[in-house]
Design a protein around this ligand. Structure first.
Ligand SMILES: Nc1ncnc2c1ncn2[C@@H]1O[C@H](COP(=O)(O)OP(=O)(O)OP(=O)(O)O)[C@@H](O)[C@H]1O
Ligand SMILES: [Mg+2]
Length: 367
């Protein structure tokens, strides 16, 4: 059946959608206004997911709790003054931004921390792989595409998107030098990012619609391995006669020496260095993290009435092997899969009850 909608019906639907969108915005603003986690409360929540990285989590939890408390307070004042005109409220609200840079080895929880934090705060989250970006969109994407991703993460609601978190992955790969591709320079990408990160008004064109989207309140968290940055920091510390852990001394000028644009690095005032995960951390990720890959396998097998139990020795052996892989916590998933695969294939339907694995068992599976 083909139903041709009357102008009146169309208008009613449009009004309903507009009303729902407005409701969604009000709820999102209310949510930020009500944000009331202290840094230590936020960190405690993060601890349930992100293992280790104690100092880093402290710094990040503080920056994020302050950012949203500041935004919430400013929004509240603006609402009192301007009423429910959220557009106006967001435009006039001024909040100094404390964007965060996380430096650390692969698979140690940089992206994961940002993702968990946005989930805990309850704001949209977008991850951007910067290696895909170029100044002119020549080899992939333009910085403007980040806004589209954020908009999608916010279910198309531009006001909600403006309060979200964007994670810029592999920021260390967009060095100042020109890349191998013609027309593509890391410098250009860094310049594009600079505007976005410090907060700018943008128009995103989607079909006929022009959506206003400012990044003024968006919190940017950038992450990268920054291979060998340690030696740059240590060299400077030696020159300046500074003592202590290099991780507490990372400065913008070290990152500039590495090849980053000074202006861009200046837009990330909060700098955090994450640690390589230890065998104990990897063990804790399996036994304590809410997102433990082991817990996932245990639950999967439970569905077939198989109770998987790994002895402490077995967990140590798996962590040791994962550490050797050098891919951080990512190694756990692949090692666990190698250990469990045969049983996952053959036992369902043929066996129920306890399935205990010890170190010897793990070793035999990993031979
Ligand atoms: N500290 C941690 N605590 C709990 N789980 C972790 C931790 N670090 C990593 N993981 C697990 O490993 C996965 C990969 O980590 P993540 O994506 O955060 O790595 P990364 O530090 O961003 O690495 P890369 O530099 O390669 O992007 C996460 O999704 C998470 O499941
Ligand atoms: Mg990452």
């Amino acid at each position: 059946m083909y139903y041709s909608m009357s102008q009146q019906s169309k208008q009613r639907i449009e009004e309903k959608i507009a009303e729902l969108k407005r409701q969604q915005v009000l709820e999102a603003v209310e949510h930020i206004i009500e944000f009331n986690s202290t840094p230590s409360e936020l960190k405690k929540e993060m601890d349930k997911f992100v293992i280790g990285q104690e100092k880093g989590k402290k710094i990040i939890a503080t920056a994020i709790a302050f950012h949203y408390k500041r935004l919430g307070t400013a929004l509240k004042e603006a609402v009192i003054q301007k009423g429910e005109d959220i557009d106006e409220v967001l435009k006039t609200t001024r909040t100094p931004k404390a964007n965060i840079l996380i430096v650390g080895p692969t698979g140690c929880g940089k992206t994961y921390t940002a993702e968990i934090a946005s989930m805990l705060v309850g704001v949209p989250f977008a991850v951007e792989d910067l290696t895909k970006f170029s100044e002119v969109g020549y080899v992939g994407m333009e910085t403007g595409d980040i806004l589209v991703d954020l908009l999608i993460a916010a279910d198309g609601n531009s006001h909600v998107a403006q309060m979200g978190i964007v994670y810029l992955d592999e920021i260390d790969k967009i060095l100042t030098e020109t890349l191998a591709f013609k027309d593509v320079s890391g410098k250009g990408v860094q310049k594009g990012l600079l505007k976005l990160v410090e907060g700018m008004d943008n128009i995103v064109k989607m079909g006929k619609e022009r959506i206003h989207l400012s990044t003024k309140h968006v919190l940017f968290i950038a992450g990268g391995v920054f291979e060998d940055i340690e030696s740059i920091v240590k060299k400077r510390m030696a020159k300046q006669g500074l003592l202590g852990n290099w991780k507490d001394h990372l400065m913008a000028e070290d990152l500039v020496k590495f090849g980053m644009e000074r202006q861009l690095m200046g837009r990330f005032p909060v700098k955090v260095v994450y640690d390589q995960l230890t065998i104990q951390d990897l063990k804790d990720i399996m036994t304590k993290s809410e997102d433990s890959p082991l817990k996932a396998y245990v639950n999967d097998l439970k569905a077939w009435d198989i109770d998987l139990v790994l002895t402490d020795d077995a967990l140590t052996e798996i962590s040791r092997r994962a550490e050797q892989e050098g891919t951080g916590a990512r190694g756990l998933t692949s090692i666990l899969h190698r250990v469990l695969f045969e049983d996952m294939y053959s036992l369902p339907g043929n066996y129920t009850g306890e399935l205990v694995m010890d170190e010897m068992y793990v070793r035999s599976r990993l031979r």
